[in-house]
Design a binder for this molecule. Sequence first.
Ligand code: URA
Ligand code: SF4
Length: 207
Amino acid sequence: MNSKEILTSIAEEVSICEECKLHHYREKGVPGEGPPNAEIVFIGEGPGFHENVQGRPFVGAAGEFLEELLETIDMRREDVFITNVVKCRPPGNRDPEPEELKACRGYLDRQLEAINPKVVVTLGRFSMARYIPGAKISQIHGRARRVNGLLVVPFYHPAAALHRPSLRSTVERDFAQLPELIKNPAQVPEYIHEKKEEKQAEQLSLF
Ligand code: URA
Ligand code: SF4
């Protein structure tokens, strides 16, 4: 199967999946969408009200803001693959539970394997925790690193910036780095990021 066929097959599986209790609330599964050869994959949290109705990711207010942010770097949503850590809507938009994240994990792993993107952008805490457990988003947002062969860069969730306007410029700055990251993924100065962290840790240990 080629990437497109694999993604289509995953979408079909998601639409009838009963691996966790979120299927009880599902109107439409939201597997994610975008080109099978996308250079960037954005991973959000889970479908909200509108996403559950339409079966498409990020179609509400957060999605509109995500599109605006993409525009600032001359990209459109059609250029990137957009998905979530859980593919069915948690009722009332509650946080996804550990067993739901675990049950849904394989779908995203297979999507990433099929797409093989240059950069994975996590949006918010839940997708960040999948790659960088225990991290604080306020401390590591915008800093790329390699995790199991994937180039991962954690961003704030666009909904967070909608609720906290002071975050907006931070989120825009993080987005502004993306074109260079895609152009030069092999050049990510991993060690510089690591060193920065070490320095911070050292500084913290002085107190
Ligand atoms: N927020 C998310 O995390 N995902 C969506 O699909 C929509 C809003
Ligand atoms: Fe299946 Fe994921 Fe939906 Fe749970 S959230 S029912 S694991 S597709």
